[in-house]
Design a protein around this ligand. Sequence first.
Ligand code: 13P
Length: 251
Amino acid sequence: MRTPFFAGNWKMFKTVAEATAFANAFVEDVRGVDGVDLVLAPPFTAIHALAGATQGSRVAVASQDVYWEKEGAFTGEVSAGMLVEAGARYAIVGHSERRRLFGDSDAWVNRKARAAMSAGLVPIVCIGETLEEREAGQTFDVLDRQITAGLDGFAGSEVAGLVLAYEPVWAIGTGRNATPEQAGEAHAHIRQRLRQWFGAEAAEGCRVLYGGSVKADNIAALRGQPDVDGALVGGASLDPKSFAAIVRNGR
Ligand code: 13P
């Protein structure tokens, strides 16, 4: 059985003070909620404070990105080792906003995921098709490309330990979530490819999250799909009560 997994991606929201206040409320809200992995991904600036504020709780901290070099003349970038030292345990890589706005390619996603894992961070690798690609019937081809390129060189045992997030780009921040059937179909495809390309251990161990307009009132139906292991939540993770309700309704 895969442990359900809920991660909040705060994107470019929340100062150190706001992140700490969130943590204090959220840790209380999810006290007694067992058998789930809970992760918050703040901006880089709040990682250290959030790790401190959630210490000793079941809530772990993720970065929203990572650079693959250990150190050097790479202005603006942050290495995996630096994130570990700051208190992160997970690293989101390949979010569609990174791909679309900042040029992250599949090859970069691969290097970032590898660097994260080598440093002891669990990569949360995001994949997903645009509306144009879905309407052209290319959804599975896009997912296949993102999985093969993004996880190139990973062993089955490594894939078993990482997290994939299926986030259809057309469902992000639009209020238009994929229907449970659309999500279920994509997740089943991803699971089948993991089995085919990385083996049974990978297929059975890897958590595959759904992301895109997840709310407290649609998570239960999405989680009703057998291959949806949890959610990567944007907007609805910014309020502790709202995110805690998603965790309770979706676990
Ligand atoms: P929304 O939940 O705001 O649609 O964002 C989803 C997302 O991009 C999470 O990474």
